[in-house]
Design a protein around this ligand. Structure first.
Ligand SMILES: *[C@@H]1O[C@H](CO)[C@@H](O)[C@H](O)[C@H]1NC(C)=O
Ligand SMILES: *[C@@H]1O[C@H](CO)[C@@H](O)[C@H](O)[C@H]1NC(C)=O
Ligand SMILES: *[C@@H]1O[C@H](CO)[C@@H](O)[C@H](O)[C@H]1NC(C)=O
Ligand SMILES: *[C@@H]1O[C@H](CO)[C@@H](O)[C@H](O)[C@H]1NC(C)=O
Ligand SMILES: *[C@@H]1O[C@H](CO)[C@@H](O)[C@H](O)[C@H]1NC(C)=O
Ligand SMILES: *[C@@H]1O[C@H](CO)[C@@H](O)[C@H](O)[C@H]1NC(C)=O
Ligand SMILES: *[C@@H]1O[C@H](CO)[C@@H](O)[C@H](O)[C@H]1NC(C)=O
Ligand SMILES: *[C@@H]1O[C@H](CO)[C@@H](O)[C@H](O)[C@H]1NC(C)=O
Ligand SMILES: *[C@@H]1O[C@H](CO)[C@@H](O)[C@H](O)[C@H]1NC(C)=O
Ligand SMILES: *[C@@H]1O[C@H](CO)[C@@H](O)[C@H](O)[C@H]1NC(C)=O
Ligand SMILES: *[C@@H]1O[C@H](CO)[C@@H](O)[C@H](O)[C@H]1NC(C)=O
Ligand SMILES: *[C@@H]1O[C@H](CO)[C@@H](O)[C@H](O)[C@H]1NC(C)=O
Length: 676
């Protein structure tokens, strides 16, 4: 059979072969009607041999077989034949086509070469771990579509791929164990419109732009995370290069400005989608991107770009992401005229000035956090009724939350933290977002008034109102926020009592911070077993005492516990030293806690910080405490030890307490140093 490899067959030859193969007694269905073209025996055998090389844990190929009722291979799972010639033209066995958790394993047999009329081969998502990509794949001269993405191959990209001269679409992405030193073979693929090599290691391919330039039909090019080398002096002539290129993704490489700009702007008229995020682009050439007239999607985030935001962008821009650069100046008012703009990310730059009155009313996502923007939040924001995410944290904004925010009915995330905003928080804040709001962070401003009612905010997962001047009681209605994971409102002037009635239904709560509301009393019955398992309990300076809070015993996963200065004058219970093995930060200082600390074989998390100072412990200092990274026993009178009412602070590791939250990031674990 293998003598046919590499040759191209005329239909006539194919037909005679068909007859030859049918005679030796391969089921009746095929030969019967002349008009009915079924499966060709030779190709059937090739497929069965391919199946032999495959480990099929999930029975994906169960329709493939020798049995009487399975003779027509054109009806097998993933197989398609030409209804004119009967040849197998498509093998569509991409794992994701079925079910993400079903895939094939094993080896790709040479027998596949029997399918010389194959035009479409998709084996994506299957697991050929440890195998190299077969070189014979270059012999399918009729191949138009080849998808071997995420197949776990390793080794080099075979240059034989360059023989697939009819190929339109080549997807080898997601094979991070594959590399190439040379992409010269690409230049033979003159029909190629889609190329995806995301994740392949191309760090040695100095000539990668040249290789791409030789693809006159290219529409989509994905070279994300390819470790592409930067070219110091581009000597490119890309005159012929794809005026057709529509999508270019070069993100997550280490490209410098000089190696990319000179040829990039030759695609100016065609590019619709351009992603250069996570590179090393410098300079103030942003204006050149403004001249790309067809752009709908532009991501330049996480580079080192300076300069100002251009006043003109393509009118069809939908997505603009410039965050994490060194961009200066103010936000141009022209965004108000960009009626298609849905997503605008300018966070973590050096922007100054005021927010323009007019920003595109079609915005769904707006992130201006981490700049030096001043002035107030414009009333006109209430006109952006499509807004789902609004992040303005870490600026110098003043004034009140505009009343017009009452019109925002789709808001999911509102983060205004770390500004100088003030005014009375409305009792019914954001009434129209009651069904949608998930994250509300107004912390570190100057808001006054009583705690808002969040009745009906059934989706709220994170509520941060800390470091303001809110007073009054915590309403019992917070018990209805059954999705709440984070409830942080330290450093306010809250009063009254927090009881089980507030918290009984918050089964998902993890972070609970009411610290430094010194008028606030927490009164839970000592045998209360809450529904939640907290990881952070910060109640410093609240009134917890005089009894030691018994409900803490149920919290087995606590990492950070601060009940300092909370009026506890009680014997420390024995269970306390064993209640959580995750503890990395403990502060029970400034109470009147008495009792003996037993010498336990307790293990702390790395670099744990322990503050037991200003209490009235008795007995000797237990040695296990010295396993902490930072220990404060000052002003506490352990006895019977040579250290006797002596200040003792052992510092083995400095712990950073800086906490900066930004919109794009998930909720950070505070204070726990990442150095473990
Ligand atoms: C082959 O069959 C398909 C579907 O049965 C049909 O859409 C297509 O037109 C047929 N092609 C030819 C060339 O007959
Ligand atoms: C290749 O297959 C993957 C997984 O099924 C899919 O996501 C991707 O879009 C395919 N590539 C092309 C070019 O069709
Ligand atoms: C996917 O496959 C797994 C395992 O065979 C099965 O449990 C699951 O129900 C399947 N899911 C779908 C959507 O078919
Ligand atoms: C396929 O490509 C390889 C390497 O590029 C080449 O040596 C070989 O001759 C080609 N085979 C055919 C059948 O074109
Ligand atoms: C790519 O391969 C080179 C060696 O050829 C290696 O030094 C480099 O770390 C690899 N890059 C990645 C991202 O794995
Ligand atoms: C860009 O195109 C112009 C003509 O359109 C050509 O003169 C120039 O050399 C090209 N630049 C590069 C780097 O290819
Ligand atoms: C550009 O195209 C012309 C004609 O199509 C060809 O002669 C020339 O060699 C090509 N230049 C490059 C750099 O590929
Ligand atoms: C918006 O467009 C209108 C009409 O095209 C123009 O008059 C106005 O100056 C533009 N506004 C800005 C801020 O560019
Ligand atoms: C925007 O809102 C303001 C007040 O909130 C209103 O006066 C103005 O007409 C609105 N503009 C548009 C375009 O809807
Ligand atoms: C949200 O508020 C609207 C009116 O303000 C009300 O009709 C709706 O019932 C509320 N939704 C919930 C879940 O409370
Ligand atoms: C408690 O939470 C559940 C959902 O987790 C909700 O259905 C129920 O109404 C809540 N009960 C009260 C009293 O809020
Ligand atoms: C704590 O709650 C109990 C009832 O559960 C009550 O008798 C007691 O007075 C409360 N203490 C304070 C300080 O509110």
């Amino acid at each position: 059979m293998l003598e046919m490899v590499g040759g191209s067959f005329q239909p006539l030859l194919g037909f005679t072969l068909l007859l030859l193969c049918v005679k030796p007694g391969l089921g009746s269905s095929i030969g019967e009607g002349d008009a009915e073209v079924g499966c060709i025996g030779r190709e059937r055998q090739a497929l069965l041999k391919f199946k032999q090389g495959i480990v099929d844990d999930f029975g994906i190929l169960s329709s493939w077989g020798n049995e009487e009722d399975k003779t027509d291979c054109c009806r097998w799972e993933g197989v398609q034949c030409s209804n004119l010639t009967g040849h197998v033209v498509m093998l569509d066995l991409g794992a994701y086509g079925y079910n993400e958790s079903r895939y094939l394993r094993g080896k790709i047999s040479h027998s596949l070469l029997g399918l010389q009329h194959l035009r479409h081969l998709d084996l994506s998502g299957n697991n050929f771990e440890g195998e190299s990509m077969p070189e014979f794949i270059g012999s399918f001269t009729k191949m138009r579509y080849l998808n071997l993405s995420s197949t776990h191959f390793f080794g080099t990209l075979p240059c034989q791929l360059g023989n697939l001269s009819n190929l339109n679409s080549l997807d080898l992405s997601g094979n991070s164990h594959m590399s190439s030193e040379n992409l010269d073979w690409l230049s033979h693929l003159s029909s190629l419109t889609h190329l995806n090599l995301n994740g392949a290691n191309l760090s040695k391919v100095i000539q990668w732009p040249e290789a791409i330039t030789k693809l006159p039909s290219l529409i989509e090019l994905h070279l994300k995370s390819c470790d592409l080398p930067s070219l110091a002096t581009p000597s490119l002539s890309l005159v012929n290069s794809s005026a057709s290129l529509v999508l270019l993704d070069l993100s997550f490489n280490q490209l410098h400005t000089a190696s990319i700009y000179p040829w990039l702007f030759n695609f100016s008229n065609s590019l619709v989608h351009l992603d250069l995020s996570y590179n090393l682009l410098r300079g103030s050439l942003l204006g050149a991107f403004g001249n790309m007239v067809s752009l709908a999607y532009l991501d330049l985030s996480k580079n080192r770009l300076g300069g100002r935001i251009p006043t003109h962008f393509s009118g069809s821009l939908v997505h603009l992401e410039l965050s994490n650069n060194f961009i200066r100046g103010s936000i141009p008012g022209t965004f108000g005229n960009m009626t298609s703009l849905a997503s605008l990310g300018l966070s973590r730059n050096r922007l100054k000035g005021k927010i323009p009155k007019s920003l595109s009313s079609s915005l769904v996502y707006l992130d201006l956090s981490g700049n030096q923007i001043q002035g107030s939040i414009p009333d006109t924001f209430g006109n952006m009724t499509s807004l789902r995410t609004l992040c303005l944290c870490s600026n110098q904004l003043e004034g009140e939350i505009p009343k017009s925010f009452n019109n925002l009915c789709k808001l999911q995330t509102l983060e205004l933290c770390r500004n100088n905003l003030d005014g009375v928080l409305a009792k019914n804040l954001l009434p129209c977002a009651n069904d949608t709001l998930e994250i509300l962070d107004l912390s570190r401003n100057r808001f006054i008034g009583s705690f808002p009612d969040f009745i009906g905010f059934s989706s709220l997962t994170r509520l941060e109102l800390g470091y303001n001047q809110l007073n009054g009681n915590l309403p019992e209605s917070i018990a209805q926020l059954s999705q709440l994971q984070v409830l942080n409102m330290p450093w306010n002037s809250l009063q009254g009592t927090v009881s089980e009635a507030h918290l009984f239904n918050l089964s998902k709560l993890q972070h609970f911070d009411l610290a430094f509301n010194s008028l606030l009393t927490l009164n839970f019955s000592s045998d209360w077993v809450p529904q939640f398992q907290l990881t952070e309990i910060l109640l410093a300076s609240c009134k917890l005492g005089p009894r030691f809070p018994g409900w803490l015993r149920s919290q087995k996963g606590v990492g950070w516990l601060d009940i300092s200065g909370s009026g506890i004058s009680d014997v420390i219970p024995n269970w306390f030293w064993n209640f959580s093995s995750h503890l990395y930060r403990l502060n029970i200082s400034n109470n009147e806690i008495t009792g003996i600390v037993p010498n336990l074989s307790l293990r702390f998390a790395h670099f744990a910080q322990m503050d037991l100072s200003s209490n009235r412990f008795e007995g000797s200092i237990p040695l296990f405490l010295f396993r902490a990274g930072w220990l404060d026993l000052s002003k506490t009178c352990f006895q019977g030890q040579f250290l006797y009412c002596v200040q003792l602070v052992v510092e083995l590791w400095p712990i950073s307490t800086s906490q900066i939250t930004y919109c794009q990031e998930s909720y950070p674990t505070v204070g726990h140093d990442g150095k473990e």
